[in-house]
Design a protein around this ligand. Structure first.
Ligand code: DX5
Ligand code: ZN
Length: 216
């Protein structure tokens, strides 16, 4: 099962509720929610109140991607806001094993994201603990960047690593996914495909989703 996970970073925030309903009506199962703190990444996006305000609108899975320093400080707040999956960056936390177990202690799913320059080998000891691995295919911080080609190889490596230890692992890819790049990440083994600008382009959400899903 391959899921397209639209990133609301590229939504029109003046009518976010409407955009969420459009995703729901297009049968989207997972919404990707990008949290940026202006420290771990150069940009600031939005925080807990936004998640809280859209939570009552939908039953879609809220996949919260934390691009923040020392994410363990905020896990409980994001759980309370309605997150279903919480992903922290390997590079943002000195005690990633502890943080993953902490996330899981709330009964939500736990993921680890790795930046383009971080090798897949860092996942070796924790892959059995994880519900999701997020391979960044751009340097995090902004939507609308170009896909970094070597990410495809990393997706295949994670797929290979997961087969014996954790065959149900969600393998997510994030950054630069559009009609030209989606097929190769699926072929490499990704099963949760984040797309921001490609989904919200020109406000044609329904049409854009259809076009992307036809290529999966
Ligand atoms: C980048 C974010 C992405 C972003 C993707 O730091 O993590 O989720 O929204 O945007 P596109 O699909 O436009 O590259
Ligand atoms: Zn993201």
């Amino acid at each position: 099962m391959i899921n397209l996970a639209p990133s609301i970073l590229s939504a029109d925030f003046s009518k976010l509720g409407e955009d969420i309903r459009k995703l729901d009506n297009s049968n989207i199962k997972i919404v990707h929610i990008d949290i940026m703190d202006g420290m771990f990444v150069p940009n600031i996006s939005f925080g807990v109140p936004i998640i809280k305000s859209i939570r009552p609108l939908t039953k879609m899975i809220f996949d919260v991607h934390l691009m923040i320093e020392n994410p363990s400080r905020y896990i409980e707040e994001f759980v309370k806001s309605g997150a279903d999956i919480i992903t922290v960056h390997y590079e943002s936390d000195k005690h990633i094993d502890r943080t993953l177990n902490y996330i899981k202690s709330f009964g939500v799913k736990a993921g680890v994201a790795i930046n383009p320059a971080t090798p897949v080998s860092v996942l070796k000891n924790i892959i059995g603990l994880l519900d999701m691995v997020l391979i960044m295919s751009v340097n995090p911080g902004y939507g609308g960047q170009k896909y970094i080609e070597y990410a495809s190889e990393k997706i295949s490596e994670v797929k290979e690593m997961s087969l014996s230890v954790n065959p149900d692992l969600m393998i997510e890819v994030d950054g630069g996914i559009n009609c030209n790049t989606i097929a190769k990440v699926v072929n490499a083994g990704a099963n949760v495909i984040v797309a921001g600008s490609a989904v919200f382009k020109d406000g044609k959400i329904t049409e854009n989703i259809k076009e992307l899903e036809e290529l999966i």
